[in-house]
Design a protein around this ligand. Structure first.
Ligand SMILES: Nc1ncnc2c1ncn2[C@@H]1O[C@H](COP(=O)(O)OP(=O)(O)OP(=O)(O)O)[C@@H](O)[C@H]1O
Ligand SMILES: [Mg+2]
Length: 232
């Protein structure tokens, strides 16, 4: 059996001064599995992704990603794991506004020599792979040399996805923006994202409040069914 992409046990989490938000006894995402995690606005989806990505320390319970423990006492280790092994698509994308889409996609390589060496080992140049991913995700080339702030929300989502996928991370986590992308655009994007994850054997954890998207994934879980926090 291969190492799971995510294994969580006995997680308890509250923001400072807030009520218990997450109480998750056990949760697992298998290697190369794709999962749709549904939950209402404010239910703690982004908080959970932050704990999995090691952005927020998990002070009570265990979070293991691709076999690596996200140690609450070692923030720089968590950052290194995130940079080299995870692809993260944030809810607000976090593109660097003054960089072009291509420069944004290439950004993770600055923080992770492992990501760059995985590409080299596969015989790929970073620039070619970045351009391929943008093309596969459907960003036409006339958007590529603009500042990223000049892109539409749907285009920004594609750039953020290409950035997450560059260098073949073992796990991609995606926080669906709540802002209204039209249904067809999101549907097409999701198919492309899932196909690219399958092609590179990456596990995919996608969170959204829109359950209509769930049939693109191997499995769907409602956050409420795994979260036993009092406030949930
Ligand atoms: N950095 C933070 N500090 C304090 N409280 C926070 C922080 N981030 C989120 N919260 C609180 O935690 C709760 C869950 O928020 P979270 O962003 O995880 O929900 P969500 O399920 O992602 O919602 P949405 O679908 O609207 O994105 C909310 O009550 C929110 O106010
Ligand atoms: Mg959120």
């Amino acid at each position: 059996m291969s190492v799971p992409a995510i294994a969580i046990s006995n997680l308890r989490f509250a923001w400072p001064g807030g009520p218990d938000l997450l109480t998750i006894d056990a949760f697992k995402l298998e290697a190369a599995e794709s999962l749709f995690l549904a939950g209402a606005s404010g239910s703690g989806k982004s908080t959970l992704l932050g704990l999995i990505a090691g952005i927020t320390p998990c002070l009570s319970g265990d979070v293991t990603v691709l076999g690596e423990v996200m140690d609450p006492d070692r923030p720089s280790r968590r950052d290194a794991i995130r940079a080299s092994r995870l692809g993260v698509i944030f809810q607000l994308f976090n593109l660097v506004p003054y960089l072009s889409p291509l420069e944004n996609v290439l950004l993770p390589l600055r923080f992770s020599p492992e990501r760059a060496s995985r590409l080299r080992a596969a015989g790929l140049s970073p620039e070619q792979e970045a351009a391929r991913l943008l093309d596969v995700l459907g960003l036409d080339s006339d958007g590529l040399d603009r500042a990223s702030t000049a892109l539409s929300v749907g285009q920004q989502q594609r750039v953020a996805a290409a950035r997450a996928l560059l260098g073949r991370p073992g796990l991609v986590i995606a926080d669906e923006p709540t802002s209204a992308l039209d249904h067809d655009t999101r549907d097409a994007f999701l198919s492309l994202l899932a196909a690219e994850c399958r092609a590179s054997d990456a596990a995919l954890l996608f969170v959204s409040h829109d359950r209509r998207l769930a049939n693109r994934f191997d499995r769907m879980v409602e956050l409420d069914t795994i979260n036993h926090a009092a406030a949930a």
